[in-house]
Design a protein around this ligand. Structure first.
Ligand SMILES: Nc1ncnc2c1ncn2[C@@H]1O[C@H](COP(=O)(O)OP(=O)(O)OP(=O)(O)O)[C@@H](O)[C@H]1O
Length: 392
């Protein structure tokens, strides 16, 4: 894996003397999903602000792709294009009188041509499902919509790295799920994604690596299971253990669950472990599992998803990615799953029910890889059936 951002011996104090970062050493690799987790005041936002040069260390060095950041004007401009930053409070980011102007702010400042500005704004708004909002004044939008405008403003600059400070703060559960699904989609399109949060339940299933912070220092930088298993470290960080991990540890200690190779990170992993404990793995024959039908929304052309649904015996429908969700909505499909779609469909499959996943591009492979991984681990056979007859 290639290093994309590295912090070496970084120290930082605010002008009032408050020391916010102490001896930070950290390396982030291309394509990773990283969650910075810590309680209030741990130093998460300060660390994130180092990543695109918005703050300059008092001591130590920040590297981008192996080169030390030099903080001159033109280099900072370049760095901020490559490392997009979404603030916790969208009101701190949204500045223009209309959604279009706000999202266009970055591209205009980067001297894009008019055509490039129009293209990047419309693609970014499409991504966050706000096409048609171009003329709306941002201050009249809901909190979740404002957050999406702020994200679109960053996406319009086509960054390689996305940094989100508390991406779901102040959002309702559905909006939070929508934002996390969007982050997942962006990561699958190759963007390195870094978030800060104090929500361990959000970070545990999502991240590749957890950076646990307290009092301006990194306590550990490790896999979610390792980072959240150490009770003392969690207490030091003033955090609790994710419920799924706590439940697994307790039931394992009581001898009620077998030891897992990797502790469960999802309800699906947990159900599988319970099944293993009950010796019911032998029930996992292919005839007892439902199938997952996979539709590539990009290849539907003018065909309606309703046609697909009529011809296939499915009990549940999920969509992954903004384009697929939009297509489902415009075709009048009532979606059962819009977040954690693959695992939810796998859960249905192991109870013998069929489901359909509507998605696009790189996420097709993600569905196939996740199902294969599950089948390998569980010994079950869940078939993924690509719906090709509606292809162009
Ligand atoms: N602009 C500032 N001026 C002075 N001190 C600051 C400033 N911003 C943050 N601090 C201090 O720096 C420390 C780290 O703050 P930071 O905002 O990075 O923490 P955080 O982990 O993001 O917290 P939260 O989860 O509450 O947002 C805290 O002690 C905070 O009071």
């Amino acid at each position: 894996m290639k290093s994309i951002i590295r912090l070496k011996d970084v120290e930082f104090s605010y002008p009032n003397g408050q020391k916010a970062l102490k001896g930070i050493n950290l390396e982030i690799f291309e394509g990773e999903k990283i969650a910075l987790v810590g309680s209030n005041g741990a130093g998460k936002s300060t660390l994130l602000l180092m990543l695109n040069g918005m703050l300059k260390p008092d001591a130590g060095t920040v590297f981008f792709k192996g080169e030390p950041v030099s903080y001159n004007r033109s280099e900072l401009r370049d760095l901020r294009k490559k490392v997009g930053f979404v603030f916790q409070n969208p009101d701190h980011q949204i500045i223009a009188p209309t959604v279009f102007q706000d999202v266009a702010f970055g591209p205009v400042n980067l001297d894009y041509t008019e055509d490039e500005i129009n293209r990047s704004v419309s693609e970014a708004l499409m991504y966050v499902d706000l096409s048609g909002f171009e003329r709306r004044p941002p201050h009249q939008l809901s909190g979740g919509e404002k957050k999406k405008v702020a994200i679109a403003g960053v996406l319009a600059m086509e960054p390689e790295v996305l940094v989100f400070d508390e991406p779901t703060s102040a959002l309702d559960p559905a909006s939070s799920e929508g934002i996390m699904e969007l982050l997942e989609e962006l990561n699958h399109e190759g963007k390195t994604t870094i978030i800060s949060t104090h929500d361990v339940e959000l970070a545990y299933p999502w991240a590749d690596r957890i950076i646990l912070m307290n009092d301006g220092m990194i306590l550990t930088c490790s896999s979610p299971a390792d980072a959240f298993s150490d009770g003392k470290m969690l207490r030091d960080a003033k955090l609790s253990r994710p419920v799924l991990l706590e439940l697994y540890s307790s039931l394992f200690e009581m001898g009620m669950l077998p030891e897992a190779e990797k502790p469960p990170r999802s309800v699906l992993d947990f159900v599988h472990l319970v099944e293993r404990g009950n010796g019911s793995i032998s029930k996992g024959k292919s005839e007892s599992c439902g199938s997952i039908y996979l539709v590539d929304a990009d290849r539907l052309g003018d065909k309606s998803l309703k046609d697909c649904l009529e011809s296939i015996p499915v009990d549940f429908v999920g969509a992954m990615g903004s384009y697929a969700k939009k297509k489902a909505e415009s075709d009048g499909i009532d979606l059962n799953f819009t977040y954690g779609v693959i695992d939810k469909c796998l859960l249905k499959a192991i109870s013998g029910q069929n489901s359909m996943i509507i998605t696009t591009g790189g996420m097709i492979k993600r569905v196939i890889d996740r199902v294969n991984e599950f089948c390998e681990e569980s010994g079950k056979q869940v078939d993924v059936v690509s719906i090709d007859e509606f292809s162009e």
